[in-house]
Design a protein around this ligand. Sequence first.
Ligand code: PLP
Length: 389
Amino acid sequence: MLRLSEKMNRLGTETAFEVLARAETLAREGRDIINLGIGQPDFKTPGHIVEEATKALRDGHHGYTPSPGILPLREAVAADLQLRRGVEVNPERIVVVPGGKVTMFFAILMFGEPGAEILYPNPGFPIYESVIQFSGATAVPTPLLEERDYSFDADAVLDQITSNTRLLILNSPANPTGGAVPRAEIDKLVAGLVDHPHVAVLSDEIYSRISYDGREHVSLCSYPEIADRLILLDGWSKTYAMTGWRMGYAVWPEVLVEGAIRLAVNCHSCVNAATQFAGISALEGPQDAVETMVNAFDQRREVIVNGLNRLPGFRCRTPGGAFYAFPNIEETGLDARSLQKRLLEEAGVATVAGTSFGHLGEGFIRFSYANSIENIERALDRIASLLAD
Ligand code: PLP
């Protein structure tokens, strides 16, 4: 009889991948499925980035690289941080990993153990809660409320901090809500954190380049007060349509960077070499593809938010960033999971129930609008017909 470790029972999952698998099964059976479930850009990686990776392979970059990433890549990340966030970062503090997820896994493992408390957004990216529980720490949800456009309330978050709090996870612009926390709220939070020097902060800014209506991206790394305990998570997946390449980066505070590299050596050694060259090209090359993609998301955002608000029982806030709409569906009379199931099985529209993002997601459904306007309109029509039956 095999005896797995007890913590395996505490490891959760990301339902979006299950929905994707079910949607693919239905499509193979001949059903026409519109996928508004999975959170990845529907664009191709820009050609010059692909070109750089193939060149790297042709040039013989087939071996291991330094664990935290090749120096030119870390320098390119540092230059990008200077350009877009106005901060100077020593490339020695940058650790390149196989996807943004790996940074959160490492950060949570570094602080999580029985007795520790970790604050995380709820509804939020499901991996936070899953890995916190896996680590043995207590997962303490910070509620993101519809009536605040899914921002947190800084005073409420500060009130949740105890002497056992080790790590505070923030995510703006956010998955699954599309919420973007306003500067005033972040100012207030950081001012309060000064009184809690034992709390590290993981700021997941993977959607930093995807925001709308001229909204500035407020990066936690622009606050020197917390620079010595801030872990900044960002990457290439969403910005450059590179989800399948598997690469992200973090800026670690000086005291934590050695531990992060040790975790990387134990886990994956390094990110594959050709992808790292592609990463340099993405950061240093033309950015027009990013702009084109964000403009397309913006147009789709309008179509989906207006359409969702016309559906009986739905009401939808306008998301400030990322590519998700997170309507309240309570008045349909269905719970989130049942509606997700009916939308997929009966209307052929893949979405993800709000409860996949934490218990505070009940009454909501996530729509990813990383799909064409035509498909979004077809999906809305199908849902309208389903609800009318
Ligand atoms: N953080 C958030 C908030 C996300 O939504 C995602 C992906 O959906 C990630 C991190 C993970 O990104 P990556 O694909 O680079 O691991």
